[in-house]
Design a protein around this ligand. Structure first.
Ligand SMILES: *[C@@H]1O[C@H](CO)[C@@H](O)[C@H](O)[C@H]1NC(C)=O
Length: 268
């Protein structure tokens, strides 16, 4: 993690490289530096596109590159985006939150709206790229002009990382993935407040004292493989990007079954 000055210098270098870039074919941009949970409040430039249905959450309502399903429903309610490399971060960025706003074209309101990262798009169209749901893209417009703004297809944005807020006392939810068995447990984590993203998930069987580190499988799914059959109930320890830890004690019961949601009573 660089200092603020380093980050700014790195972004400036990327932007300078763009201006100096070749002129044949569509421009390709190297990714910007990773966006971290520093919440410095600075707005950075990005580009936005949109995908899916005009008022929908995108074609991947049922699981994009983060593996999070039903993103059209609350609490995400379709306010979702695919991030490019420094935003999606190989899945580590899943669930993180950004404020975005646009000044031009005239349809833009310049009012910030918040989106959740639930998918990836690594097309090199800008150092920072948000491929928004149709709903999120339209939400950048002045009242009544969302369709007109969507007709632009691609616009310049400003963005900044913000802490994720969930209303109504929403707690962190785990989903034991399809295909899990006593030798292979895969757990998706969602609805994580504050940083939104998880940098480490650990597992503890009730009857053993040690915490076992899980591996990031893909998206927001962490896995543990073992020749010795696992025995529930399981507790899960989460580490957020800022280094805070939380334990969901016995959140997955002894009689757990694959493809099932287990709600915790914890939240950052
Ligand atoms: C950016 O994030 C990715 C994914 O977590 C990681 O592999 C890479 O090392 C990070 N780059 C920097 C410069 O921290």
């Amino acid at each position: 993690m660089g200092s603020l000055a380093n980050n700014i210098a790195a972004v400036a270098a990327v932007l300078a490289a763009l201006v100096a870039g070749g002129s044949c074919g569509p421009p390709k941009f190297p990714p910007g530096p990773n966006i971290t949970a520093n919440y410095n409040g600075l707005w950075l430039p990005a580009r936005a596109t949109w995908y899916g249905q005009p008022n929908g959450a995108g074609p991947a309502d049922n699981g994009g590159a983060c593996g999070i399903k039903d993103v059209n429903l609350p609490p995400y309610s379709g306010m979702t985006a695919c991030g490019n490399v420094p935003i999606f971060k190989d899945g580590k960025g899943c669930g993180s939150c950004y404020e975005i706003r646009c000044k031009a074209p005239d349809e833009c309101s310049n009012n910030p709206v918040t989106v959740f990262i639930t998918d990836m798009n690594y097309e090199p169209i800008a150092p920072y790229h948000f491929d928004l749901s149709g709903k999120a893209f339209g939400a950048l417009a002045k009242p009544g002009l969302n369709d007109k703004l969507r007709h632009c297809g691609i616009i310049d944005l400003e963005f900044r990382r913000v802490r994720c807020k969930y209303v109504g006392g929403q707690k962190i939810v785990f989903h034991v993935e399809k295909g899990s068995n006593p030798n292979y447990l895969a757990v998706l984590v969602k609805f994580v407040a504050e940083d939104g993203d998880i940098v480490q998930m650990e597992l503890k069987e009730k009857e053993t004292p040690e915490w076992k580190p899980m591996k990031l499988s893909w998206g927001a799914i962490w896995r543990f493989d073992t020749p010795k059959a696992l025995k529930g109930p399981f507790s899960i320890r989460l580490t957020s990007e800022s280094g805070k830890k939380l334990v969901a004690t016995d959140v997955i019961p002894a009689n757990w079954i694959p493809n099932t949601v287990y709600k915790s009573n914890i939240q950052f």
